[in-house]
Design a protein around this ligand. Sequence first.
Ligand code: C2E
Ligand code: CA
Ligand code: CA
Ligand code: CA
Length: 275
Amino acid sequence: AKDALTETVCFYEVSMDEAARSRRLIANDLWQAVDRKELQLHYQVQKAVHSGETIGYEVLLRWHHPSRGTIPPSEFIPIAEECGAILPIGEWVLREACREAATWGNEQKIAVNLSPVQLANADVADLVHRVLLETGLSPRRLELEITESTIIGDKERALATLRRIKAFGVTIAIDDFGTGYSSLETLRAFPFDKIKLDRSFMSEVEASPEAKAIIRAILALGHTLRVPVLAEGVETRSQLDILLDEGCDEAQGYFLGRPVPVGHIRPAMEKTAAA
Ligand code: C2E
Ligand code: CA
Ligand code: CA
Ligand code: CA
C-alpha cells in the first residue's frame, strides 16, 4: 500500500511538472500567435427573444496551434493573461472585430470580451478610441463584455476607465452574471448596459425550480434597473420558450447559432444591408 502511495505522489509531481512545462511552451508560442496568423475569430449570434431579430454577434477567439491543433480559449486565455500576451492578442481581437463589423452596413453590434488584465494594465480606453477611429465603426455598435473578476483589482481605476469608454458611446455588458461573489455590489457601482446571465442557469432551468427562480429574480432586477438581460447557453427550443414566458430580453446559445467563422455570417449581412 505504501508503494502505491509513493507511486501516486510521484506521478502527481511529474504531471504537475508536465503541466508547468506545457504552460511555459504555450506562453512562448502565444507571443508569436498573432504574427503567425494562428488566431481566428468566431462569431456567435445574439438575438432578441421576443422578435427573433439579430441584435449582434459575440466574437470568440480560436487558436490553431501548428502542432497542438486547436487550443480552446479556456486553456490559453488564462496563460495569456498570466504572461501578458493577452495585451497584444486583445488588441488584435478588438481591431479585427471592429474592422469586420464596420463592413456590414447594418446596425448590428459586435461584442468583444475584455480581459481583467487589459482593463488593469493597458490604457484600454485610448486603445478603444483609436480602433474606433481607425476602423470607422460607430461606437454604439461596439459592446465590451467584462466579468466581475475584471474589476476585482483597482476598482476606482477600472471604474474611471469604463466611464471613459462609455463616454464614447460604447456599451458595457456584465458577463457570466450570477457566478461571482459580489454581483449585486458590482451592479450597483458600475455603469452596465446589459446583464449576461451565466449559462449554468440555463442548463438547469428545466430540472431546477431554484434555477428558474433565480433567472426570474435577475430579470426583475435588470428590468428595475432598466438594463436588458441576455441569457447565455440556450441549447433547446424549450429553454427559449421559458425565456419567452419569463420576459427575457435577449438570448445566445447553440440553439440560436454556434460560434462560426466570419464566412458563415457574411451572407446574412448582405441580406440585412440590402433590406
Ligand atoms: P464567455 O465569454 O462566457 O463565452 C461564451 C462561451 O460559451 C464560449 O466558449 C461559447 O462557445 C460557449 N457557448 C456558447 N453557446 C453555448 C451553448 O449553447 N452551450 C454551451 N455549452 N456553450 C456555449 P468559448 O468560445 O470556448 O470561450 C470560452 C471563454 O474564453 C469565454 O467565455 C471568454 O471568457 C473567453 N474568451 C473567448 N474569446 C475571448 C477573447 O477574445 N478575449 C478574452 N479576454 N476572452 C475570451
Ligand atoms: Ca463573453
Ligand atoms: Ca459568458
Ligand atoms: Ca465565461
